[in-house]
Design a protein around this ligand. Sequence first.
Ligand SMILES: C[S@@+](CC[C@H](N)C(=O)[O-])C[C@H]1O[C@@H](n2cnc3c(N)ncnc32)[C@H](O)[C@@H]1O
Length: 184
Amino acid sequence: MWSSGPNRFVAEECADLVPGRALDLACGEGRNALWLAEAGWTVTAVDFSAVAIGRARGVAEQRGVSAELLVEDVTVWTPPAGVFDLVVIAYLHLPEMDGVLGRAAEALAPGGVLVFVGHDRTNLVDGVGGPQDPDVLHTPSGVTAALPGLTVQRAERVKRAVEVDGEPRFAVDTLVRAVRPPCC
Ligand SMILES: C[S@@+](CC[C@H](N)C(=O)[O-])C[C@H]1O[C@@H](n2cnc3c(N)ncnc32)[C@H](O)[C@@H]1O
């Protein structure tokens, strides 16, 4: 687990949202999903690692938090369409990313928000850590291109402070926030 608290960009982008139904795709050990559940969201979170989901369930129990935590492969699993007020994808790096993003967009209810954060391709030269294969790294334009039908509110590169061997460094992330237009 990277941290027990949420990713700072996920927390910032969700801070102004009214809790409803949330989906966390590739939730890992649940740092974002469980934080959302504690903030009043009704959370479904999926990861293909049974170990990660087992740990998330354990943390949920320890913290007295309720969330639907499922072992699923997001390259094939299709969430229910049009029902989520929030979809979070954090640090997922796959060749099949466009399909994942398309299904995530479809899962949003009218007015629902997608918050996406992941290692940016420029992190290879301007940052530290993360995957080293440029083909699975993100760009703001690449992510937004895979979200037809959504209104992009934010699509940019952001710096994340990290520590390497006790030294302060930065990693570069792609951050996208997009909303499904409210219905008529
Ligand atoms: C770097 S971790 C990030 C976890 C979490 N989103 C976070 O920010 O803490 C990436 C996660 O993606 C999951 N993952 C990778 N490929 C997946 C797939 N095809 N379906 C579901 N989960 C996947 C891994 O098991 C891992 O938990």
